[in-house]
Design a protein around this ligand. Structure first.
Ligand code: GRF
Length: 223
């Protein structure tokens, strides 16, 4: 089937809710993109099930069948090229990727991370945020380079951290925003509206917005 727009390859390891948000946005033609292949390092990843249910080619690429992370990534690149993928989306992908994947897709790999980077990179971001006591957390879509969670930031969404929060309640609040900003970042790329300038990513011709601001805890005395 010929799909218009950006050809996506999604790499995912787990539950696949971010993948679902992209599938929804593509089906509703809210973004000019189509998913050409979903690759997972885990055979039982729900992401593979979501893909199959939506007639998207779904491949379990078994790490045990490859002698190194580089070999594994080379196999992933072959699959992505076979499916003529323009943009690689890491959506809950739990493996560190190597230059074998980054090289052929320079500035064409993006990742969603559940914190306001550069705070709380790596694993268990919500636990880190709660332990640190931040009042605001959120999520980040960024370009992927050889560093961990340090590539140029495309878009972030903030949410308040509430006093009674647990990792689970905070995760749910952040996840809702992940499902908005990941498809949005893809659409910016599909529209060719991003310009990388050093560490900064400039959005060309931004549309007027409400100028939203998050203050947490809420200001109560009308300042
Ligand atoms: C998300 O919180 C994402 O930010 C992180 O891993 C989680 C994946 O969730 N990288 P899902 O598999 O997309 O539901």
């Amino acid at each position: 089937m010929n799909k218009p727009g950006l050809r996506l390859g999604v790499l995912a390891s787990g539950r696949g809710s971010n993948l679902e948000s992209i599938i929804r946005a593509c089906s509703a033609v809210k973004i000019h993109a189509g998913i050409e292949i979903v690759i997972s390092d885990r055979a039982r990843s729900q992401a593979l099930e979501h893909a199959r249910r939506n007639q998207i080619p779904a491949v379990h690429l078994d790490p045990k069948a490859h002698s190194s992370r580089e070999d594994y990534d080379a196999a992933a690149v072959r699959l992505l090229h076979e499916h003529r993928v323009d943009l690689v989306v890491l959506a809950g992908y739990m493996r560190l990727i190597t230059s074998r994947l980054i090289g052929p897709f320079k500035n064409r790999i993006i990742n969603i991370h559940p914190s306001l980077l550069p705070s709380f990179p790596g694993l268990r971001s919500h636990r880190q945020a709660l332990e640190w006591g931040v009042r605001i957390s959120g999520c980040t879509v960024h370009f992927v380079d050889e560093t961990m969670d340090q590539g140029s930031i495309i878009i972030q969404a903030a949410v308040p951290v509430l006093d009674g929060d647990t990792e689970e309640t905070l995760e749910a609040r952040v996840l809702e925003q992940e499902h908005r900003i990941l498809p949005q970042a893809i659409e910016y790329l599909a529209e060719d509206r991003l310009e990388i300038s050093g560490r900064r990513v400039i959005l060309k011709s931004p549309k007027p917005s409400a100028g939203a601001m998050v203050v947490s805890p809420m200001i109560e005395i009308g300042l």
